[in-house]
Design a protein around this ligand. Sequence first.
Ligand SMILES: Cc1cc2nc3c(=O)[nH]c(=O)nc-3n(C[C@H](O)[C@H](O)[C@H](O)COP(=O)(O)O)c2cc1C
Length: 185
Amino acid sequence: MKRENVPRIAWGLTGSGHFLRESLEVAGTLPDVDLYLTKAAAEVLNMYGYDMRELRRRFRIFRDNTASAAPVGLFYHGHYHTVVVAPATSNTVAKCVWGISDTLVTNIFAQAGKCRIPSVVFACDTEPEVTTESPSEWVTLYPRRVDLENVDKLKQFENVTVASTLDELRSAVEQRMACLNASSS
Ligand SMILES: Cc1cc2nc3c(=O)[nH]c(=O)nc-3n(C[C@H](O)[C@H](O)[C@H](O)COP(=O)(O)O)c2cc1C
Protein backbone atom coordinates (compact mmCIF):
# COMPACT_ATOMS: atom_id res chain seq x y z
CA MET A 1 0.00 0.00 0.00
CA LYS A 2 2.66 2.53 1.00
CA ARG A 3 5.67 3.14 -1.23
CA GLU A 4 8.41 4.67 0.86
CA ASN A 5 9.82 8.10 0.00
CA VAL A 6 7.39 8.74 -2.86
CA PRO A 7 5.44 12.01 -2.56
CA ARG A 8 1.77 11.29 -2.08
CA ILE A 9 -1.68 12.82 -2.45
CA ALA A 10 -3.35 14.11 0.71
CA TRP A 11 -7.06 13.57 0.03
CA GLY A 12 -9.44 15.45 2.34
CA LEU A 13 -12.85 13.88 2.93
CA THR A 14 -15.53 16.05 4.51
CA GLY A 15 -19.00 15.31 5.83
CA SER A 16 -20.72 15.44 2.45
CA GLY A 17 -22.95 12.59 1.34
CA HIS A 18 -23.17 14.23 -2.07
CA PHE A 19 -20.57 12.57 -4.34
CA LEU A 20 -18.97 10.73 -1.40
CA ARG A 21 -19.00 7.34 -3.13
CA GLU A 22 -17.89 8.76 -6.48
CA SER A 23 -15.05 10.76 -4.89
CA LEU A 24 -13.78 7.68 -3.06
CA GLU A 25 -13.90 5.76 -6.34
CA VAL A 26 -11.67 8.37 -7.98
CA ALA A 27 -9.28 8.28 -5.00
CA GLY A 28 -9.19 4.48 -5.32
CA THR A 29 -7.88 4.68 -8.89
CA LEU A 30 -4.78 6.61 -7.82
CA PRO A 31 -1.51 5.46 -6.29
CA ASP A 32 -0.15 6.74 -2.98
CA VAL A 33 -3.22 8.40 -1.47
CA ASP A 34 -3.66 9.25 2.22
CA LEU A 35 -7.17 10.13 3.41
CA TYR A 36 -7.61 13.01 5.85
CA LEU A 37 -11.06 12.94 7.50
CA THR A 38 -13.00 15.64 9.28
CA LYS A 39 -15.03 14.47 12.27
CA ALA A 40 -18.16 14.88 10.14
CA ALA A 41 -16.61 12.78 7.37
CA ALA A 42 -16.01 9.91 9.79
CA GLU A 43 -19.66 10.05 10.88
CA VAL A 44 -21.07 10.37 7.38
CA LEU A 45 -18.90 7.50 6.09
CA ASN A 46 -20.41 5.34 8.81
CA MET A 47 -23.96 6.47 7.90
CA TYR A 48 -23.37 5.50 4.26
CA GLY A 49 -22.20 2.05 5.33
CA TYR A 50 -18.44 2.37 4.92
CA ASP A 51 -16.25 0.28 7.21
CA MET A 52 -13.15 2.14 8.41
CA ARG A 53 -11.17 -1.13 8.61
CA GLU A 54 -11.96 -1.85 4.96
CA LEU A 55 -10.92 1.66 3.92
CA ARG A 56 -7.66 1.23 5.84
CA ARG A 57 -6.79 -1.74 3.62
CA ARG A 58 -6.69 0.64 0.65
CA PHE A 59 -5.63 3.97 2.18
CA ARG A 60 -3.59 5.35 5.03
CA ILE A 61 -6.14 7.28 7.09
CA PHE A 62 -5.72 10.27 9.39
CA ARG A 63 -8.60 11.08 11.74
CA ASP A 64 -9.41 14.50 13.17
CA ASN A 65 -8.51 13.85 16.80
CA THR A 66 -5.96 16.53 17.67
CA ALA A 67 -6.65 20.24 18.25
CA SER A 68 -3.48 21.22 16.41
CA ALA A 69 -4.04 19.02 13.33
CA ALA A 70 -0.77 17.27 14.18
CA PRO A 71 -0.42 15.30 10.91
CA VAL A 72 0.08 18.54 8.94
CA GLY A 73 3.73 18.38 10.03
CA LEU A 74 4.11 15.94 7.12
CA PHE A 75 3.54 18.84 4.72
CA TYR A 76 6.82 20.46 5.75
CA HIS A 77 8.90 17.50 4.63
CA GLY A 78 7.86 17.07 1.00
CA HIS A 79 5.50 14.24 1.86
CA TYR A 80 2.74 15.45 -0.46
CA HIS A 81 2.72 16.73 -4.03
CA THR A 82 -1.04 17.51 -4.16
CA VAL A 83 -4.02 18.14 -1.90
CA VAL A 84 -7.46 17.06 -3.09
CA VAL A 85 -10.59 17.92 -1.07
CA ALA A 86 -13.42 15.79 -2.43
CA PRO A 87 -16.23 15.96 -1.70
CA ALA A 88 -16.10 19.38 -0.02
CA THR A 89 -19.06 20.47 2.13
CA SER A 90 -20.27 24.05 1.91
CA ASN A 91 -18.97 24.38 5.48
CA THR A 92 -15.42 23.41 4.47
CA VAL A 93 -15.53 25.58 1.33
CA ALA A 94 -16.60 28.59 3.45
CA LYS A 95 -13.78 28.00 5.93
CA CYS A 96 -11.21 27.59 3.15
CA VAL A 97 -12.34 30.84 1.52
CA TRP A 98 -12.15 32.80 4.75
CA GLY A 99 -8.83 31.38 5.91
CA ILE A 100 -10.21 29.35 8.79
CA SER A 101 -8.32 26.16 9.59
CA ASP A 102 -9.99 24.39 12.50
CA THR A 103 -10.49 20.89 11.10
CA LEU A 104 -8.03 18.41 9.67
CA VAL A 105 -9.21 19.14 6.12
CA THR A 106 -9.24 22.93 6.40
CA ASN A 107 -5.76 22.61 7.91
CA ILE A 108 -4.36 20.56 5.03
CA PHE A 109 -5.88 23.06 2.60
CA ALA A 110 -4.24 25.95 4.48
CA GLN A 111 -0.90 24.15 4.73
CA ALA A 112 -0.99 23.36 1.01
CA GLY A 113 -1.36 27.08 0.33
CA LYS A 114 1.45 27.99 2.68
CA CYS A 115 3.76 25.31 1.26
CA ARG A 116 2.79 26.14 -2.36
CA ILE A 117 1.40 22.68 -2.97
CA PRO A 118 -1.36 22.64 -5.64
CA SER A 119 -4.89 21.83 -4.47
CA VAL A 120 -8.02 20.53 -6.16
CA VAL A 121 -11.34 21.15 -4.39
CA PHE A 122 -14.51 19.37 -5.51
CA ALA A 123 -17.19 21.75 -4.26
CA CYS A 124 -20.55 20.03 -4.37
CA ASP A 125 -22.88 22.99 -3.82
CA THR A 126 -22.35 24.60 -7.19
CA GLU A 127 -25.87 24.72 -8.64
CA PRO A 128 -29.00 26.49 -7.34
CA GLU A 129 -30.69 23.08 -7.11
CA VAL A 130 -28.98 19.80 -6.20
CA THR A 131 -30.46 16.31 -6.07
CA THR A 132 -28.54 14.08 -3.71
CA GLU A 133 -28.74 10.67 -2.07
CA SER A 134 -29.15 10.79 1.70
CA PRO A 135 -28.47 7.54 3.61
CA SER A 136 -32.16 6.61 3.19
CA GLU A 137 -33.59 8.45 0.14
CA TRP A 138 -33.05 10.93 -2.69
CA VAL A 139 -33.56 14.57 -1.68
CA THR A 140 -33.50 17.93 -3.47
CA LEU A 141 -31.59 20.80 -1.84
CA TYR A 142 -31.24 24.46 -2.75
CA PRO A 143 -27.74 25.76 -1.93
CA ARG A 144 -27.89 29.32 -0.62
CA ARG A 145 -26.42 32.35 -2.34
CA VAL A 146 -23.60 32.41 0.24
CA ASP A 147 -22.68 28.81 -0.66
CA LEU A 148 -22.52 29.61 -4.39
CA GLU A 149 -20.63 32.85 -3.79
CA ASN A 150 -18.03 31.05 -1.67
CA VAL A 151 -17.36 28.61 -4.51
CA ASP A 152 -16.83 31.57 -6.85
CA LYS A 153 -14.42 33.13 -4.34
CA LEU A 154 -12.45 29.90 -4.04
CA LYS A 155 -11.97 29.89 -7.82
CA GLN A 156 -9.92 33.09 -7.42
CA PHE A 157 -7.33 31.39 -5.17
CA GLU A 158 -3.94 30.82 -6.70
CA ASN A 159 -2.71 27.24 -6.97
CA VAL A 160 -6.28 25.97 -6.38
CA THR A 161 -8.41 24.24 -9.01
CA VAL A 162 -12.12 24.11 -8.20
CA ALA A 163 -14.05 21.22 -9.74
CA SER A 164 -17.81 21.63 -9.95
CA THR A 165 -18.64 18.24 -11.46
CA LEU A 166 -17.31 14.72 -11.15
CA ASP A 167 -15.85 14.94 -14.66
CA GLU A 168 -14.03 18.13 -13.68
CA LEU A 169 -12.64 16.37 -10.61
CA ARG A 170 -11.39 13.45 -12.69
CA SER A 171 -9.89 15.77 -15.27
CA ALA A 172 -8.19 18.04 -12.69
CA VAL A 173 -6.62 15.03 -10.97
CA GLU A 174 -5.54 13.50 -14.29
CA GLN A 175 -3.94 16.79 -15.35
CA ARG A 176 -2.09 17.02 -12.05
CA MET A 177 -0.78 13.45 -12.37
CA ALA A 178 0.26 14.07 -16.01
CA CYS A 179 2.10 17.22 -14.93
CA LEU A 180 3.97 15.29 -12.22
CA ASN A 181 4.85 12.45 -14.60
CA ALA A 182 6.15 14.94 -17.18
CA SER A 183 8.34 16.70 -14.62
CA SER A 184 9.82 13.43 -13.31
CA SER A 185 10.70 12.01 -16.77
C1 LIG B 1 -25.96 12.10 6.00
C2 LIG B 1 -25.41 13.49 5.87
C3 LIG B 1 -25.08 13.97 4.63
C4 LIG B 1 -24.59 15.27 4.49
N1 LIG B 1 -24.30 15.72 3.23
C5 LIG B 1 -23.86 17.00 3.08
C6 LIG B 1 -23.60 17.50 1.77
O1 LIG B 1 -23.77 16.81 0.77
N2 LIG B 1 -23.14 18.77 1.64
C7 LIG B 1 -22.91 19.56 2.74
O2 LIG B 1 -22.47 20.71 2.56
N3 LIG B 1 -23.16 19.11 4.02
C8 LIG B 1 -23.63 17.85 4.20
N4 LIG B 1 -23.90 17.39 5.46
C9 LIG B 1 -23.68 18.29 6.61
C10 LIG B 1 -22.20 18.32 7.05
O3 LIG B 1 -21.75 17.04 7.41
C11 LIG B 1 -22.03 19.32 8.21
O4 LIG B 1 -22.25 20.64 7.71
C12 LIG B 1 -20.68 19.24 8.87
O5 LIG B 1 -20.62 20.20 9.93
C13 LIG B 1 -19.56 19.50 7.89
O6 LIG B 1 -18.33 19.45 8.56
P1 LIG B 1 -16.96 19.38 7.73
O7 LIG B 1 -17.06 20.44 6.65
O8 LIG B 1 -15.93 19.71 8.74
O9 LIG B 1 -16.80 18.01 7.19
C14 LIG B 1 -24.40 16.09 5.62
C15 LIG B 1 -24.73 15.58 6.89
C16 LIG B 1 -25.23 14.30 7.00
C17 LIG B 1 -25.61 13.80 8.36
